[in-house]
Design a protein around this ligand. Structure first.
Ligand SMILES: *[C@@H]1O[C@H](CO)[C@@H](O)[C@H](O)[C@H]1NC(C)=O
Ligand SMILES: *[C@@H]1O[C@H](CO)[C@@H](O)[C@H](O)[C@H]1NC(C)=O
Ligand SMILES: *[C@@H]1O[C@H](CO)[C@@H](O)[C@H](O)[C@H]1NC(C)=O
Length: 668
């Protein structure tokens, strides 16, 4: 039961009998009324209350601490002053907390950092001082601490907020550098740090924030050059770098082409850029420094004569050395990688025991292992060399992994190739261990044993969208951003692994093909791969021996996307003869969108909304989003390869759906 009497002209005082409402009372919204006087303390009896909205100049009841089931609390714009109410510390189940535009002062209480479920926190426009405090878990989507008096640095732990969409800390007195871990928050669409005392350069790691739309670093002390990667941010609509100490040439591509989207005034040493910006021309740095070196050499030679020649030689030698060091390291894996022997792996996996076995893939078995020395958990794929094609697959995977590095690809720690104790050849790949297993186990939990703690696994709509974007980013990287395009050839839910923060990582490159223009040997070889589970995801043209292609991967992606939201496996018994997952979904559009959607997704989060109106609105948006997702999935898995959508376009569309859902789930 709920009572929403906001936006009326109710006057008088609120009667105490409000506390006699039944214990099943779930929502109360009193915003924008003319109610006077205190809110009765009896409100504390409504122990099952989940949503409480009291904003715009209403006094706040004491006894809020009883409401431990509260999921959403809005006390915005109330002229509330003094220290932060300690009664809020019992509200550990809060998901939304909106306290913006009040006069709270003093430090943000540390207990707010322990609100593990919090997804949206808004403390903007108060007088909070002291360090930034926020829950450092992956659940937070929206964090607004702007226009307070917060000091100190932006904590490194900001990088734990893997799903953060909006971060606004403008108008404080924060200092220090932007931590490099900010690059982990690659779901960010809004990042505002304006009007603070931040310094240092814009970190290279921020190049992973590819979804950003609004980036405001203005009015700080940032220095150095404007990084080129900002040119590639295709969603960037507003970039404000005004009033810093940035220097060097202003880039000219992407957002920098648009005078009404980019703001750079107040950086005296900037030059170049599109003519519209009216910046001075850049003086070529090269000729300047060469001139400098020349002068230096001349002076040294004159003053020191013979000795000078020695010096110059040393100088040139050092330059050469420096240049050499700058060359990219082209070897397969970093030196920093662990070097693990057969013996270490044997120990780590308890002698490759069956209790450590976590999967049997196409060409080998995967074991979980614990490295005694470091305590790191790893996954070891031992290649089954007796199987035809296994060595080839091992080599393909090594080759594919040579150049690639992306946060949505499963990271290989090292390769172990040697002789085992029996004298046989032994080949293994060692990966990061992914705590949350594969997407397959989450989509079809009945196929896999439950967790030890008996958790039944269920992904939320939002998690599903995030994972589908992760996979699209990984494919886009493989197809379009590697030196030579890489075709994965075996995309399916069991090859998408989930880390502790439920971020998706594409793995298993055993069938991957690097497409080199010169080698015609890129025929699909599905007969040797010949695995049942691959069927259903493999593009139909592969059956006729077509060359592997990006379009083939996109087909698999489309099927995977449809599976994630319908909950139906493409190899389910219901799909036979002419009926497959793609045309099953296509026929249901647009009328039966909700009917074909996995029922667990339909009622998600409903209790957090206070009014029927917003519930209807939210459902409508969900339905629209699902329809778009299905259309993307169908457009990826049409029969004709040339008509399939390209993966970067897929990423763009899903990204905007994600945004829409975020907005919908914050309706109040
Ligand atoms: C509320 O309930 C209490 C105890 O059950 C009762 O004494 C009181 O009269 C009720 N108040 C109203 C306004 O109904
Ligand atoms: C850019 O930042 C400056 C300094 O903070 C501010 O004055 C200006 O209004 C900003 N421009 C836009 C369009 O937000
Ligand atoms: C330039 O930026 C503005 C503001 O973001 C946007 O409305 C406009 O469409 C952009 N123009 C072009 C040509 O991209």
């Amino acid at each position: 039961m709920e009572l929403a009497i906001h936006e009326n002209r109710l006057g008088g005082t609120l009667p105490g009998c409000i506390g006699n409402f039944s214990a099943t009372f779930k929502g109360l919204s009193l915003a924008l009324n003319l109610i006077l006087g205190e809110i009765p303390r009896e409100i504390g009896n409504l122990v099952n209350l989940q949503v409480l909205q009291i904003h715009d100049n209403l006094p706040i009841p004491s006894h809020l601490g009883n409401l431990s089931n509260l999921a959403a609390l809005t006390l915005s714009n109330n002229n509330l002053s003094g220290m932060f109410p300690s009664s809020l510390q019992n509200l550990q189940n809060l998901i939304y907390l909106y306290l913006e535009r009040n006069n709270f002062k003093g430090p943000i209480p540390s207990y707010l950092g322990k609100y593990q479920s919090l997804t949206r926190l808004n403390l903007a426009s108060n007088n909070f001082s002291g360090p930034m405090v926020f829950p450092m878990t992956g659940n937070l989507l929206y964090l607004n601490l702007s226009w307070n008096h917060l000091s100190g640095v932006l904590p490194m732990e900001i990088g734990n907020l893997k799903h953060l969409d909006t971060l606004d800390v403008s108008g404080n007195i924060l200092e220090g550098k932007i931590p490099s871990s900010t690059g982990n928050c690659d779901g960010l669409t809004v990042l505002r740090l304006r009007n603070n005392l931040f310094h240092g350069s814009i970190p290279q790691q921020m190049s992973s924030l590819r979804g950003i739309e609004d980036l405001d670093l203005s009015n700080n002390n940032f220095c150095g050059e404007i990084p080129k990667f900002l040119e590639a941010f295709q969603f960037l609509e507003k970039l404000n770098l005004s009033y810093n100490h940035l220097e060097g040439s202003l880039p000219t591509q992407g957002v920098f082409r648009n005078l009404s989207a980019t703001f750079v005034v107040g950086n005296e040493k900037l030059c170049g850029g599109m003519p519209e910006f009216e910046l001075p021309k850049c003086v070529s740095r090269n000729s300047k420094s060469r001139e400098g070196v020349h002068k230096l050499k001349l002076t040294i030679a004159i003053i020191f004569g013979l000795l000078g020649i020695t010096l110059v030689a040393t100088f040139l030698y050092l330059c050469l050395l420096k240049q050499k060091r700058k060359e990219p390291i082209s070897s397969c894996l970093d030196d920093s990688l662990l070097n693990l022997s057969y013996g270490t792996l044997l120990k780590a996996t308890n002698g490759f025991s069956s209790t450590n076995l976590i999967g049997a893939g196409s060409f080998g078995s995967v074991y979980k292992g614990l490295l005694q020395e470091s305590g790191n958990v790893i996954a070891v794929k031992v290649v089954n060399l007796t199987r035809h094609g296994a060595l080839k697959s091992f080599k393909a995977e090594c080759e594919a992994l040579k150049c690639i590095k992306h946060r949505n690809l499963l990271k290989v720690l090292t390769v172990c190739s040697g002789i085992d104790y029996k004298g046989d050849k032994f080949n293994a790949l060692v990966y990061e261990f992914m705590v949350n297993g594969s997407l397959e186990e989450w989509l079809h939990p009945h196929l896999a044993p439950n967790d030890a703690d008996g958790h039944s696994k269920e992904l939320s709509l939002f998690q599903r969208i995030n994972i589908s974007i992760d996979v699209a980013f990984a494919l886009d990287y493989l197809h379009n951003q590697c030196e030579s395009p890489i075709i994965h050839c075996d995309l399916k839910p069991s090859n998408v692994l989930l880390d502790a923060d439920m971020v998706g990582h594409v793995g298993d490159f055993g069938l991957a093909k690097i497409v080199l223009e010169s080698t015609p040997d890129t025929r699909a070889n599905m007969s040797s791969a010949g695995l049942r589970e691959t069927i259903g995801y493999a593009a139909p043209e592969y059956a006729n021996g077509s060359q592997v292609s990006r379009e083939g991967d996109v087909y698999s992606y489309g099927i995977l996307l449809l599976e994630m939201f319908t909950g139906l496996s493409p190899i389910s018994d219901m799909f036979r003869d002419e009926l497959n997952l793609c045309n099953y979904v296509a026929e249901a559009l647009p009328q039966r969108v909700m009917e074909i959607t996995n029922p667990v997704l339909l009622h998600e989060g409903e209790c957090h909304n206070s009014s029927q109106d917003s519930l209807h609105k939210r459902n409508r948006i969900f339905q629209e989003c699902l329809e778009t997702i299905y259309r993307v999935g169908v457009a990826c898995s049409v029969q004709e390869p040339r008509r399939r959508m390209s993966i970067d376009k897929v990423a763009t569309q899903l990204h905007s759906i994600r945004k829409k859902i975020l907005t919908a789930s914050s309706l109040r």
